[in-house]
Design a protein around this ligand. Structure first.
Ligand code: GSH
Length: 210
C-alpha cells in the first residue's frame, strides 16, 4: 500500500496518475498547501522541503519526497513505465530531469507572473512567457518524430503532461505546437490519467485545447 500526500497541482498529479497507471493500491492524504498544511510537523517528517507530493510505502516503511524520485521508485517497484535497456532507461532519465529542472520550475514561475500577478512585473512576464514558449518548442521538436517523449509511454510523459495541462495559465496556445497537442490529447484520453487528474479532488475538467 502506498500512502500518497498530495494536492491539486501538476507535481501532485504526476504521482496520482502514476499510481492509477500501475494499479498499485494507495490511499490519499490531502495536504492543502493553500492552508499551510505542508508545514505541519507530521508532514515535514516525510517531506522535509515542505512540498507535495510525498509517499510512504507501507510495505517497507520507506518515505520519499520529490516527484521525479517518486516516479522512478514506483516504476522500479512495479516494473512498469521505465525501460530496462540502458538506452531507453537513460532517455527516460534525461527527460524526467528536463521536466524537473526546466518544464516544471520555469512554468511554475510563468503561473505566478502571467496568471496570478499580471501587470506587476513586466520583465518577469516577458522572461517566463518567452521561456515557456521556448520549452514548448523543445518538446514539440522532440515529439516531431516519435509518439512519446522517450520510447513507449513512460514516466517521462507522466512527469511532463500535468504541467502541459496548465497551458492556459502559461499563455500557451497548443495549436502553435502541433506535436505537443497530438501527444497531449492522446495522454488525456487515457483512463488512468482521467482518474489520476482528479486526485485528491475534482477542481475542473482536464483542460482541452481548442
Ligand atoms: N521539485 C518538487 C517540487 C514540488 C512542489 O513545488 N510542490 C508544490 C506544489 S506543486 C508545493 O508543495 N508547494 C508548497 C510550498 O511551496 O510551500 C517536486 O517535483 O516534487
Amino acid at each position: 500500500m502506498i500512502d500518497l500526500y498530495s494536492w491539486t497541482t501538476p507535481n501532485g498529479r504526476k504521482i496520482s496518475i502514476m499510481l492509477e497507471e500501475t494499479g498499485l493500491a494507495y490511499q490519499v492524504h490531502t495536504v492543502d498547501i493553500s492552508a499551510g498544511e505542508q508545514f505541519a510537523p507530521e508532514f515535514l517528517a516525510i517531506s522535509p522541503n515542505n512540498k507535495i507530493p510525498a509517499i510512504v510505502d507501507t510495505d517497507n516503511g520507506r518515505h520519499l519526497m520529490e516527484s521525479g524520485a517518486i516516479l522512478f521508485y514506483l516504476a522500479k517497484k512495479t516494473g512498469k513505465l521505465l525501460p530496462v535497456d540502458e538506452d531507453g532507461y537513460w532517455q527516460v532519465m534525461e527527460w524526467v530531469m528536463w521536466q524537473m529542472g526546466g518544464f516544471g520550475p520555469m512554468l511554475g514561475q510563468a503561473h505566478h507572473f502571467l496568471k496570478f500577478n499580471v501587470g506587476k512585473a513586466p520583465y518577469a512576464e516577458e522572461r517566463y512567457g518567452a521561456e515557456a514558449r521556448r520549452l514548448y518548442g523543445v518538446l514539440d521538436k522532440r515529439l516531431e518524430s516519435r509518439a512519446f517523449v522517450a520510447g513507449d509511454y513512460s514516466i517521462a510523459d507522466i512527469a511532463i503532461w500535468p504541467w502541459a495541462a496548465r497551458f492556459e495559465w502559461q499563455g500557451i496556445d497548443l495549436g502553435d505546437f502541433p506535436n505537443v497537442k497530438r501527444w497531449y490529447l492522446e495522454i488525456a484520453a487515457r483512463p488512468a490519467v482521467q482518474r489520476g487528474y482528479h486526485v485528491p479532488k475534482y477542481t475542473t475538467d482536464i483542460p482541452m485545447p481548442s
